[in-house]
Design a binder for this molecule. Structure first.
Ligand code: ADP
Ligand code: MG
Length: 449
């Protein structure tokens, strides 16, 4: 993956290569294209993962686009002394088109430096900062000229706004960097006052370590149909989450394991993951038949219904939620004690997102993976990705009859050897040609009841 595949203009790609960046970080690869499409974003990823560029680059793209549409300044006198071209209408737009709010002066200055670095080939780029600890006079001078990107701490910005010195009517992009920290510092009212002074028609990007609590509420108030981008740090240890792996002989055995786990008393609330929307629906129905307070949550459901299901989880009307990966992003319910991987994820990083739904807010959680033999490759990929082994466990009376799979499973050699649903889609280093076709849609597994 390289920067020009993200949809960035040539001057930005060039500046990035001068900065020594060869490829985008994960958060940049996800956030930049989404931001360029105009979406509002809620982004969380660990410190040092390159979030600054993931909003500064879209901001610079906006500046470049405006350069195209803005009237040009009056032409310069011709160097040969010839007649000046007639002066065009000289309209220099006032106020920034991009506003970035950051919690501290240091952070604001860092962002300004990044804007200067990545924007070094943007013609006449104008970046200003408004932070505490700088005399008002100097700041006012910087603000009185034409401006593209303004980076500010909320308190000082509000001072200027109150003095009527700051036209914000041109802001088409608002960025909140480290929103959770700004809220911790008590900037909530300032942020609201600033947002109220901005055009309604705008894009908003919000970066925060967490979107639970006040940051989530702020996002609800300021963002429109935001896309959630969460980049897991894959080698994080998840000290509060105990991981277990149960090998299942077949679907019937897997269902028996699930049923056993769900009926134990330690389960406060459980989030059960399936690979597909259909599986989520079917499993929720089966569990409801057994008497569980359960519902399904997946991306095929209308937003209104999804919200009601989530409310049900928060209000504890539901004890079990059966969900797909996409729908479960951003679920933050502290009482989820168990995450159960009933269907394995399609991508190994989704495993990390999934288990991160438990063990929140200082509580401990249990993440149980129910794997059939055909899931072996994905289990290995997850372990490589997290650089951790998931300890295998058994439940007495429900031990697997077949031994734990070992690397280089022989069953892959026979086409159609294993029944049941096809396994998760394999990426990258799947079986090599000549191995035959593993996990073919052979005989359908019998329902496990
Ligand atoms: P965050 O805001 O997520 O904590 P920063 O945006 O401050 O992270 O970036 C952390 C460091 O990584 C900075 O020094 C930045 O220059 C560098 N960096 C950002 N993106 C890239 C990239 N694509 N390639 C190499 N270095 C990068
Ligand atoms: Mg940052």
């Amino acid at each position: 993956m390289s920067f020009d595949t993200l949809g960035l203009a040539e001057p930005l790609v060039r500046a990035l290569s001068v900065a020594g960046y060869t490829e985008p970080t994960s958060v940049q690869a996800e956030a930049v294209p989404a931001a360029l499409q105009g979406a509002d974003l809620m982004v969380s990823s660990r410190t040092g993962s390159g979030k600054t560029a993931s909003f500064v680059l879209p901001a610079l793209m906006r500046v470049l686009a405006l350069r195209e549409s803005e009237p040009r300044p009056a032409p310069m006198p011709r160097p040969d002394g010839g007649p000046r071209a007639p002066r065009g209408p000289r309209f220099v737009p006032q106020g920034p088109s991009v506003l970035v709010l950051a919690p501290t002066r240091e952070l604001a200055l860092q962002v300004a430096k990044a804007a200067g670095d990545y924007g070094r080939y943007v013609p006449g780029l104008r970046v200003a900062t408004v932070v505490g600890g700088v005399p008002y006079g100097a700041q006012l001078r910087a603000l009185s000229g034409p401006l593209d990107i303004l980076i500010a701490t909320p308190g000082r910005l509000l001072d200027h706004l109150g003095a009527g010195k700051l036209p914000l009517g041109r802001v088409g992009l608002l960025v909140l960097d480290e929103a959770d920290r700004m809220l911790d510092m008590g900037f909530i009212e300032d942020i609201h006052a600033i947002a109220a002074a901005l055009p309604q028609q705008r894009q908003t990007l919000m970066f925060s370590a967490t979107f639970s609590g006040p940051a989530g509420r702020l996002a609800e108030e300021l963002l429109r149909e935001p896309r959630r981008i969460e980049v897991a740090s894959h080698t994080e240890t998840h000290a509060d989450i105990e991981q277990r792996l149960h090998w299942a002989d077949d679907l019937r055995h897997k269902n028996a394991l699930l049923d056993h786990i769900l009926t134990t008393r330690e389960v406060d609330q459980a989030l059960v993951f399936t690979s597909t929307q259909r599986d989520a629906e079917a499993l929720a129905l089966r569990l409801a038949d057994m008497g569980h307070a359960v519902d399904a949550l997946h991306g095929g459901m209308p937003q209104g219904r999804r919200n009601r299901v989530l409310d049900g989880l928060r209000s504890r009307r539901l004890r079990v939620l059966v969900a797909t990966d996409v729908a479960a992003r951003g679920i933050d319910v502290k009482t989820i004690s168990h995450v159960i991987n009933y269907g394995l994820p399609m991508k190994e990083e989704d495993y990390v997102h999934r288990i991160g739904r438990t063990g929140r807010a200082g509580r401990t959680g249990l993440a149980v993976t129910l794997a059939e033999r055909r899931d072996f490759g994905m289990v290995q990929r997850i372990q490589r990705f997290t650089t951790q082994r998931i300890p295998a466990a058994t439940i007495s009376g429900l031990e697997p009859r077949t031994p734990e799979p070992a690397p280089r499973p022989k069953f892959g050699a026979k086409p159609g050897g294993f029944g049941g649903k096809p396994g998760p889609k394999r990426f990258g280093n799947g079986p090599k040609p000549g191995y035959g076709k593993p996990f073919a849609r052979g005989g359908a597994a019998k329902p496990g009841r």
